[in-house]
Design a binder for this molecule. Structure first.
Ligand SMILES: [Zn+2]
Length: 154
């Protein structure tokens, strides 16, 4: 089968015609027909590179040439890369986990004094009062005492 370029009338290479091209590779015909109906139907944007990538004929040709086989079957068994298989969808990156504050937000010194007073039978309010008098630098509050006493001992 011989196909002739719809632009200049020159004969199109057999393998190119087989891929469905109706125009030749001359720059003039490329410029005129490359963005024809087939291509624009799948175009993702107006850049030349995007057209190149989006061109289904070209993708089919590259797949047939094995270009995708080595790159995209790394996840699989590696020997079932049929030329016309669809290219596997890219794996989605896992959403990043929110970082949890694992460590309590008080110091060992604060915890030590709170637990000490608690063992003496003081309530969180009394602990805060006692700590304010004896160890003001630790800045132990009633709320902090509650939090420390309601957390497991480290
Ligand atoms: Zn031509």
């Amino acid at each position: 089968m011989s196909t002739h370029c719809v632009g200049c009338g020159r004969e199109i290479a057999a393998e190119r015609a087989e891929l469905g091209y109706t125009y030749c590779t001359s720059p003039a015909c490329q410029a005129e027909y490359r963005r024809g109906p087939t291509v624009t139907a799948v175009a993702v944007n107006k850049s030349g590179d995007a057209y190149r990538v989006a061109d289904p004929d070209e993708i089919a040709a590259r797949a047939a040439a094995g270009e995708f086989a080595t790159k995209n079957t790394g996840l699989g068994t590696g020997h079932e890369a049929a030329p016309h298989e669809t290219v596997p969808a890219p794996r989605r990156p896992r959403p990043a986990r929110p970082v949890r504050q694992a460590r309590p937000s008080w110091t060992p010194a604060q915890e030590k004094i709170v637990r000490l007073y608690a063992e003496m039978g003081l309530s969180p309010r009394q602990i805060a009062e006692r700590a304010r008098q004896n160890t003001p630098r630790l800045a132990v509050t009633e709320a902090l005492a509650v939090r420390i006493l309601s957390s497991p001992r480290r």
